[in-house]
Design a protein around this ligand. Structure first.
Ligand code: NOJ
Length: 932
């Protein structure tokens, strides 16, 4: 906290605030955050029994604009008035108005359902909020023009959805079913099949009504009254459901939250919050919200996405929740509740797990292709104190022969937490500091949070105030909340004009002291407001067009991330891929950069929970995510820190970070032995960078995550369905964490249908079995799947940028037919030239004792070329029967020896694998290599 003693009045208030914050640490579970019971819309919705509500029926079904449109007419029964449901008053005209429904179909197996109020009969001027800017702008190009509706008996209308699937609109009561086409008509997904659909329509306030809600000392004026929506969704043929991040849960699948056998528990909450020291196993909402759930079972995989950024609560219902006498088997029922907005929901038919992910990606986009350096190791701390500290840390990595690519500066680098400025005492030469790092091929990241210090002498605050760019409070004044700089205001990121303005702030001219090698960290963008209800912005704060904060809360951080990422894009004239790390997320955040799982703790439980968290983020589109290595709060024991490096080296986003109250954590501070172990973990990541980068390309093209749950690759192996301790990197590498102190052995399940080679010693293991393996301190269990080829770069360098011209190693793990395949993607690691075809994409195929490299870059991707002189310097063969002595390379008919060699270049690695040294083929060329 270097700046504190120099700015006393502010500093004192700030210190008091920190003490207050620290007191929240133990309090938050109890009362800082709302439970469902304390959230009237959630309590009301959750209190309803299946089929207890008056139902809606469907009328006036027609085709309009190639989509199905209809009216939802409420049954004449009046809703019951309960103490908890003051909105459902007698004679409420809202309960008799019909809703408008639209069903549209998109290519590839996607059904969209929209339900909103009918503006022609609206009793108020307020319109419900439809969240813009999340769906891909070209989504409509993929809409299928429906030209025929089929009566499905008298009581339903069905229509084409995709080959083998159809959509059904049941009329009375209203229900949506996605089913397999054909005689059986097996359902895949259904909405309102338990009659829980409810839609509180906007209405005029009655004289005797009070719509306010209170929570602790905060009053929410709720000027538009009740407007919540809820409904049930069933996933048929499913054994488990996944997704809806972000939650800290040690299980991979989403555990039931209600029904037989479930103790009284909370629904999964989606409400972006700055939860100080979050629990390691809880359905409470934390920093991000992605309302996308997917289901998997032996019979089906499907998905459901509700585009709605208001507070959402989701119950996963245990079998028998609706009828204990007849528990549903092979189906997972869920119940979705949102405080506001509209129904804009997407059903994804699968049928395979990767199909569902592709379908979701075709609606919200894929992971932005990162720069190559961003895939390497990041070193962060709150805070690196000053320029000397930065220089010393940078030198420390070199002295200890540990590669790293990015050094991060937290909030104390700025002058009084005025982002875009520098504390000129601590950082008098920011450009020089960045340039020194850049000279070694390294980068810097600084933090830029959304709270702007309300200081009239701060240019950003002056401009934002003059232009009227801040979010307003309920009374129409600039919202004033408390955050790191003290009194702060927040730009209204819903407004595109304000986002443009914000983006300009990252130009090299405006961000004084920045250089082209500087990238950005967006934190506290839930948004965090220390003195706000639940440490966030009041729901009745007002955005552009009178939109209430409650309607878009979960997307505020998304917009902020988008504007920042766009700023870096503009700074580089569209030629430099942005790197922006965000804490808050919403559906679509993958298009703007990386994210991390926030303030975890330095304990074994948080190490364990990082894996299911990152896996569920990946399933929901966020490929580029990671957890703070070492744990943010507290001081990890040495063995925990080492295990965390060993696991974190496989996270898609690999960064160490720590709170300012912790002891310094640079990896050489724990004795030579531990330094060696951490160095080796980081080296492992660096050697795998070509493989990771190739996987990021796949994520950017298809939406399939870099880090994958086992079932994504082994969908019919039931043993994998709820395994949250192991994961796959791509389809070829399996990693199992070590989550306990002094653990001497681990039970590692290897999926069936493949064999697996231990990455340390090349020993082959059968799949479909749990293996009890001895665990040593120098690594965590990791395996290469038989039948795959992994590209590596094994030379040790200081940073990834220094590896650009290094030669490759190919590790070939043969399957039972002595065959294997793998891919390698290379581009300039930085620009967008790949969009014009400037990349190399090779497939390596080993079959009949011959390895062939073929070009798989399509010819129609553009004229720009990318070229490299990199060669393959080593080929390691696992599973080749011994006896092979030589290999012949074509073209050239050049012979090279086959010898025993080590699997990795680590010191003391025994020679265990057949190795071809120096085939010296260029990675860009077509070639083959025959084993004699
Ligand atoms: C909260 C973030 O989660 C943490 O990573 C950061 O160090 C602090 N804010 C200070 O910026």
């Amino acid at each position: 906290m270097g700046g504190l003693n120099r700015r006393s009045p502010d500093a004192l208030i700030f210190l008091i605030f920190l003490v207050f914050l620290a007191s929240l640490t133990s309090a938050w579970k109890k009362d800082e955050f709302r439970s469902c019971r304390q959230t009237p819309f959630c309590k009301r919705a959750r209190g309803r029994a299946p089929n207890s509500l008056p139902s809606f029926s469907v009328a006036d079904v027609s085709l309009s604009d190639g989509a199905v449109s209809a009216r939802l007419v409420p049954a004449p029964t009046l809703r019951q008035v309960t103490d908890d449901d003051p909105s459902a008053a007698d004679g409420d005209d809202a309960s008799s108005r019909s809703l408008l429904l639209r069903l549209s179909v998109y290519r590839g197996g996607i059904l969209r359902l929209e339900i909103d109020e009918d503006p022609s009969s609206a009793p108020t001027t307020k319109r419900r909020f439809r969240l813009p800017d999340v769906l891909l702008p070209n989504l409509d190009d993929r809409r299928l023009w429906l030209s025929r509706l089929s009566p499905d008996g008298a009581s339903a209308t069905s229509f084409y959805l995709a080959d083998g699937f159809e959509g059904v609109l049941r009329h009375d009561p209203f229900q949506i079913v996605v089913r397999r086409a054909g005689s059986g008509g097996e359902p895949v997904l259904s909405l309102n099949s338990h009659g829980l659909f409810d839609f509180e329509q906007l209405r005029a306030k009655k004289d005797d009504e009070n719509w306010e809600e209170n929570f602790r000392s905060h009053t929410d004026s709720r000027p538009n009254g009740p407007q919540s929506i809820s409904f049930d969704v069933s996933f048929h043929g499913a054994d488990f459901v996944y997704g809806i991040p972000e939650h800290a849960s040690t299980s991979l699948s989403l555990r039931p939250t209600r029904g037989p056998g479930v103790d009284e528990s909370e629904p999964y909450r989606l409400f972006n919050l700055d939860v100080f020291e979050y629990l390691h196993d809880s359905p409470f909402g934390i920093y991000g919200s992605i309302p996308f759930m997917l289901s998997h079972g032996t019979r089906s995989t499907s998905g459901f996405f509700w585009l709605n950024a208001a507070e959402m609560q989701i119950d996963v219902l245990a079998p028998g929740w609706d009828d204990p006498a007849a528990p549903n088997a092979g189906r997972v029922d869920t119940f979705w509740m949102s405080e506001a907005g509209v129904v804009d929901a997407f059903f994804f038919v699968g049928p395979g797990p990767k199909d569902v992910l592709r379908q979701y990606a075709s609606v919200t986009g894929t992971q932005a292709m990162p720069q190559e350096f961003a895939v390497a190791y990041h070193q962060c701390r709150w805070n690196y104190r000053d320029e000397e500290d930065v220089a010393a840390v940078d030198a420390g990595f070199d002295e200890h022969d540990i590669p790293y690519d990015v050094l991060w500066l937290d909030i104390d680098h700025a002058d009084g937490k005025r982002y875009f400025t520098w504390d000129r005492v601590l950082f008098p030469h920011p450009e020089e500091m960045q340039n020194k790092l850049a000279a070694k091929g390294r980068h810097m990241v600084t933090i830029v949070d959304p709270h702007i210090k309300r200081d009239d002498s701060f240019y950003l605050h002056k401009e934002a105030t003059e232009k009227g760019y801040y979010v307003k409070d309920a009374s129409g004044k600039d919202f004033d909340g408390w955050c790191w700089p003290g009194s702060s205001s927040y730009p209204d990121m819903l407004n595109p004009e304000i986002r443009e303005w914000w983006a300009e702030k990252f130009s090299l001219k405006e961000y004084v002291g920045s250089t082209p090698s500087l990238y950005i960290w967006n934190d506290m963008n839930e948004p965090s407001v220390f003195n706000g209800p639940e440490v966030t912005m009041p729901r009745d704060a007002i955005h552009m067009g009178g939109v209430e904060h409650r309607e878009l809360h979960n997307a505020y951080g998304y917009y902020f991330h988008m504007a920042t990422s766009n700023g870096l894009f503009k700074r580089g004239n569209g030629k430099d891929r942005p790197f922006v790390l965000s804490r808050a997320i919403f559906a679509g955040s993958q298009r703007y950069g990386a994210i991390w799982t926030g303030d975890n703790s330095a304990d074994w439980d948080h190490l364990r929970v990082s894996v299911p968290m990152i896996l569920n983020l990946g399933l929901a589109g966020m490929s580029f995510s990671g957890a703070d290595v070492g744990g943010f709060f507290g001081n990890p024991e040495n063995d925990l820190l080492v295990r965390w490096y060993q696991l974190g080296a496989y996270y898609p986003f690999f960064r160490a970070h720590a709170h300012h109250d912790t002891k310094r954590r640079e990896p050489w501070l724990f004795g030579e032995h531990n330094t060696a172990l951490m160095r080796e973990a980081i080296h492992t990541r660096y050697s795998l960078l070509p493989y990771y980068y190739t996987l990021f390309r796949e994520a950017a093209v298809t939406g399939i995550p870099v880090m994958r749950p086992l079932w994504l690759e082994f969908p019919s192996d039931k043993e994998t369905y709820d395994n949250g301790e192991a994961f796959l990197v791509g389809s070829s590498l399996l990693v199992h964490g070590i989550y306990e102190k002094d653990q001497k052995s681990a039970s590692v399940y290897l999926p069936s249908g493949a064999s697996w080679y231990n990455l340390r010693n090349g020993v082959k293991f059968d799949g479909g079995v749990s293996h009890k393996l001895a665990v040593s301190e120098d690594s965590i269990p990791s395996f290469q799947r038989a039948g795959t080829i992994i590209p590596r770069k094994d030379r040790f360098r200081r940073s990834s940028t220094q590896m650009v011209n290094d030669p490759y190693t190919l590790v070939i793990a043969l399957n039972g037919s002595l065959a294997a395949e793998g891919e390698l993607y290379i581009d300039d690691g930085k620009s967008y030239d790949f969009e014009q075809g400037a990349y190399i994409h090779r497939r390596f195929i080993f079959t009949d004792r011959k390895l062939t490299s073929i070009d798989i870059r399509p010819s129609n991707v553009g004229d720009k070329k990318f070229s490299t002189d990199c060669t393959v310097e080593r080929i390691i063969l696992l599973g080749l029967p011994s006896g092979a002595k030589k290999a012949v390379v074509e073209p050239g008919n050049h012979e090279t020896n086959i010898e025993l060699g080590p699997l990795t270049l680590r010191r003391a690695s025994p020679p265990v694998a057949l190795t071809i040294r120096k085939p010296n083929v260029r990675v860009t060329d077509d070639w083959s290599l025959r084993i004699l």
